[in-house]
Design a protein around this ligand. Structure first.
Ligand code: CAA
Length: 258
């Protein structure tokens, strides 16, 4: 297994698990930690035995956001020249499904990391928020964009401009979180969901993810066009032949992932 300092990685029957492991700082997302997340994501992406990825923290925190101490001496010139936080976007290029299993705090960049995942499962006591305003900052890794698209302008404005936190139950009501579980069950349920995804054809799962994500980028007409083109292209896959044949012959499909 790769030797990481700030995360742990393991696999659970077709699901790659990344556990943020800087417990003393509530999993603050230092630059080094994020590079490790990106490295682990890429390794799971390139591992054909892995069909889905889960990112989690611990029971107290998914993550309290960007490492504030690391930002104390940050300047505009330096952050502009180095395109600070650009590498946080790499998760958006991962083609396999990524599930966030959130317990405790998911604040600032932690909330943004969760929102960059494809599905969020949360524990009953999880607390989300974009508190950057309290630091004299604004969210910098998609918070103002992803939160607004999911929960709407009025709620997003209220939360981003006040820095208030919101609960797992609110997040579920608003559609940000797909399900809420008792604290001790979140990770297990997220892994089970990943295994369910991983039980299907990988290229088809990736096409489904790409198509759902295009709903964020495209107009309805363009999005439906894109979806239909991908749908048509899937008829070239062995797995699409296999899936239809298995149904017609009342047997289980055996996916070959091609
Ligand atoms: N960065 C660096 N260190 C952090 C941190 C962070 N985001 N969050 C917590 N820590 C550290 C604290 O400094 C403290 O360290 P010391 O023991 O060395 O003093 C340790 O973790 C424990 O924290 P607290 O003593 O504050 O613990 P608490 O239980 O009283 O509060 C908390 C927990 C509510 C998570 C609180 O620490 C907190 O509000 N953290 C900051 C959250 C925040 O503002 N996040 C946004 C960051 S900016 C950002 O993310 C920008 C972006 O959009 C990308």
């Amino acid at each position: 297994a790769p030797n990481y300092e700030h995360i742990l990685t393991e696999s659970h029957d077709k699901v790659g698990l990344i556990t943020l492991n800087r417990p003393k700082t509530f999993n603050a997302l230092s630059s080094d930690l994020f590079h490790e997340i990106n490295d682990a994501l890429k390794k799971f992406e390139n591992d054909s035995s892995i069909g889905a990825i889960v990112i989690t923290g611990n029971e107290r925190a998914f993550s309290a956001g960007a490492d504030i101490k690391e930002m104390l001496n940050q300047t505009f010139a330096n952050s502009y020249k180095t395109n600070f936080l650009f590498h946080w976007g790499e998760i958006n290029n991962i083609k396999k499904p990524v599930i966030a299993a959130v317990n405790g705090f998911a604040l600032g960049g932690g909330c943004e990391l969760a929102m960059s995942c494809d599905v969020i499962y949360a524990g009953e006591t999880a607390k989300f928020g974009q508190p950057e305003i309290k630091l004299g900052l604004i969210p910098g890794a998609g918070g103002t964009q992803r939160l607004t698209r999911v929960i709407g302008k009025s709620k997003a404005m209220e939360l981003v401009l006040s820095g208030r936190t919101f609960t797992a139950q609110e997040a579920e009501q608003w559609g940000l979180v797909s399900k809420v579980f008792p604290v001790g069950e979140v990770l297990e349920k997220a892994i089970e969901l990943g295994q369910e995804f991983a039980g299907f054809s990988q290229p088809v799962i990736q096409a489904a993810k790409e198509s759902v994500n295009s709903a964020y980028e495209l107009s309805l007409r363009e999005g439906c066009h894109f979806e239909r083109r991908i749908f048509q292209a899937l008829f070239s896959l062995n797995d699409a032949k296999e899936g239809k044949d298995a149904f017609a012959n009342k047997r289980e499909a055996k996916w070959t992932h091609d």
